[in-house]
Design a protein around this ligand. Sequence first.
Ligand SMILES: Cc1ncc(COP(=O)(O)O)c(C=O)c1O
Length: 394
Amino acid sequence: MTKADARLAPAIAGNPASPAGRARFFRPTWAEISLTAFQDNLRETARVLGPSVRMIVVLKANGYGHGALALAKSAADLRGVPLWGFGLSSVEEGLALREAGIRQPLLILGSLYPFDSFEAALQSDLTPTVASRRAALALGRIAAALKRRVRVHLKVDTGMGRIGISPEAAGETLQAIEEGGLQLEGVYTHLARADSRAKTRTQMKEFDRVAALVRRRGLSPMMHAANSAAVFLYPEWHHQAVRPGLALYGVRPAGVRPSRVALRPVLTWKTRIVFLKKARPGIAVSYGSTFRTKRTSWLATLPVGYADGYRRSFSNRGQVLVKGRRCPVVGRVTMDQTVVDVTDVPHVEVGEEVVLLGEQAGNRVLAEDMARWADTIPYEILCGISGRVPRVTL
Ligand SMILES: Cc1ncc(COP(=O)(O)O)c(C=O)c1O
């Protein structure tokens, strides 16, 4: 039995009295989160940073679906990594971490409107993003009413075209920040095509213009732009801080060669065979009968489906690992169940552990593989594993 198996055993055996603090579930579909892998990835990312560069660990969307709180704690406990704080997408995400006792700075990358959300943010010492002059004015008023000294980060749109002030509007926004008594702790931008040096250079020129303007006003905030790809590709654009997300979860960013970085997937998504049958040739499987057996086959049903984030587009395309061998998904993935062909794997039984995503006996299914099957990106695969799948931290 592996360590994880030992922890899961009571739940899998259907014992409702599984020890407190452990995930309690009966349906054997779960995601294991390796904090060791996460910490290794933090170290591996920190390795390429200069001595004064800080790390804003991006934990938005519940840590890309991994569970933000456990990851925040494990990053906070880690020595030798220049942690500044965490990047989240909403005030709600920030409040959840604060209420759970996380003390590091929490930069809210989104939540720009309604402006009264700033009040809740300030009361819990979250660091808001200012992305317009109007927001700076509103935040100044709220800070004055609360009589608080408030640190903000200014978001500049240098080519992403999503949120942020244009470099031309930087002057008037900086003025509003100063007049509102806000402390400009950071200025940042986001890269639209971090895998392209040329596109990134164009954005960085715009960012430099804003940096010069800020300096002329006598301010020296922390500048930050680099996401995971830029961390590994462009040391010259690390500025005072970087904001990696994907790499910390163990996915190699697009454009980064495998030889440059050793990352380990943090999440392993597992299930077990709950039904097994021998099917003669010509048997149809699942909705629409899109698959028919061509030979006498062993078909295994897995208790996972698109309601878990196991995408319908994996139908007749995806693969899972059984005893370390890749087995194809046959027929359509349904809401709660999926059928795989295990004919080529000897001695399979009901209860056999199946890896949907991750490693088993030296073989791997990566988030990148799943993204390819679904014509999407690994981010969407990881964030898409639904709340119905219990996360078990190891
Ligand atoms: C503003 C911002 N910064 C940093 C990141 C982290 O990017 P990545 O996961 O590519 O490292 C994201 C993710 O989308 C983001 O929106």
